[in-house]
Write a protein of this length. Structure first.
Length: 162
């Protein structure tokens, strides 16, 4: 069997970047005009850190897992492909301005409102990955999941006999 190509895609959180960038400019202007107010400095620093930590969502699907990372990787979640029970296209909202949030059943990662891939595990956990190319992501998950399951079956001949 030919090995399918891994999938990698990074989506920039454009609205978040613009908002944080605007706050950074405003806080810096106020900081300069007030002569160095500590509270304004803290706000400027917080906006800069938020900008660096949440600038994008990176998704990768390889032969073992689906992984999603926020910004520089400070928050990441993964699901082993052999544990995926179902994957499908869903719609997500704006996520309350957050790039990642915890829901009742799992994690939602979305840089903007729109199409997403919902991955459900055999244990019932859910990982929702917003993407500007959801169809391509879903196809990669399905293709690499089938490869992972086939590889697992060929390594375990006893599983084929059951």
């Amino acid at each position: 069997m030919n090995e399918p190509a891994p999938y990698r895609h990074t989506q920039t959180a454009t609205l978040l970047l613009l908002g944080a960038g605007a706050l950074l400019v405003i806080f810096t202007a106020v900081l300069v005009s007030t002569g160095g107010n500590t509270l304004i400095f803290a706000g400027t620093l917080l906006a800069a850190v938020a900008l660096l930590m949440n600038h994008s969502i990176a998704v990768s699907v390889d032969f073992n897992e689906v992984e999603v990372r926020v910004g520089n990787g400070w928050l990441r979640r993964s699901v082993r492909l052999t544990e995926v029970a179902n994957a499908r296209i869903v719609e997500v909202g704006a996520n309350g301005g957050l790039i990642a949030r915890r829901s009742q059943r799992g994690w939602v990662f979305a840089a903007r409102a729109g199409s997403a891939v919902q991955v459900e595990t055999r244990a019932g956990d859910v990982l929702v990955i917003g993407s500007d190319e959801s169809q391509v992501l879903l196809a990669a998950i399905e293709r690499l999941r089938a490869f992972a399951l086939d590889s697992m079956d060929s390594e375990n001949p006893a599983a084929e006999q059951q």
